[in-house]
Write a new protein. Structure first.
Length: 245
């Protein structure tokens, strides 16, 4: 049980409903909810912290109001522009913020394993990431896939914008040793599949996580909000919440 009072944004959506159920299961009160067209300020005034899985287009408004009311924030939306990402980093200098591309404990274990595998296997292995999501997903690649590529790039000393190849089409030539391939598949009602492929001559290693329910993300986000209670201003992620750093 926790005395924390939550505001859930995008409360009528599938993730919003899953988070409300997760909070109830974990004994955390949902003090208020907002969806498209609802007034944010009075709803936020009833809560201690916000869990937001709505849209990156809502991020700036939400940050502004959280700064005014000094509320902690858990951000699960993806697809942010560079300007929106900069706003999140700036707000975290004043507020405690958990910002993660994926709140699943399993996926965060995948992040950890990906880093270790990249370190152990070395530069001779080619790196590829494949992700699949439901037909309604708007951003590509997924935030989780981007995080996986960023981990690979960090270990290899590469740059996401420079060395990441989003799919391949036409006569692109032979694969270069430095590039990291990323491939997005969309269809049906897939909640989220992610695979990291390490390929060398004669052998291949694959790390895969498959989500079959949004509840895993919802449970993690509520856990993050509870963990954030009393934390100083800063930008945290699920690796911090789970003690994997």
């Amino acid at each position: 049980m926790s005395d924390l009072k939550l505001l859930i944004t995008g409360s009528k959506g599938r993730m919003g409903q899953a988070i409300i159920r997760a909070a109830e299961a974990q004994g955390v009160a949902v003090a208020s909810t907002v969806d498209l067209g609802d007034a944010l300020a009075p709803a936020l005034a009833k809560a201690d912290s916000v869990i937001d899985f709505s849209s990156h287009l809502f991020t700036n408004e939400l940050l502004d109001e959280c700064l005014k009311q000094k509320k902690s924030l858990v951000i699960g939306t993806t697809g942010h522009t560079n300007e929106e990402l900069a706003r999140i980093r700036e707000a975290s200098k004043t507020l405690p913020v958990v910002f993660a591309s994926n709140y699943s404990i399993g996926v965060n274990t995948l992040f950890w394993l990906t880093r270790k595998a990249t370190e152990l296997l070395g530069p001779d292995f080619d790196l590829e990431v494949v992700e699949m999501h439901h037909r309604m997903k708007k951003d590509s690649p997924s935030g989780t896939a981007r995080t996986l590529v960023e981990i690979l790039a960090d270990v290899r000393g590469l740059e996401y914008d420079k060395d990441c190849k989003h799919g391949r089409f036409g006569d692109v030539g032979a694969r270069t040793p430095k590039e990291i391939g990323v491939h997005a598949i969309r269809g049906g009602d897939v909640v989220g599949d992610h695979t990291v492929i390490f390929s060398n001559v004669g052998e291949r290693v694959e790390l895969t996580h498959k989500a079959s329910s949004r509840d895993t993300f919802a449970n993690g986000s509520v856990r993050a909000a509870v963990w954030l209670e009393g934390k100083p201003a800063g930008l945290y992620d699920m690796q911090d919440v789970l003690g994997l750093k």
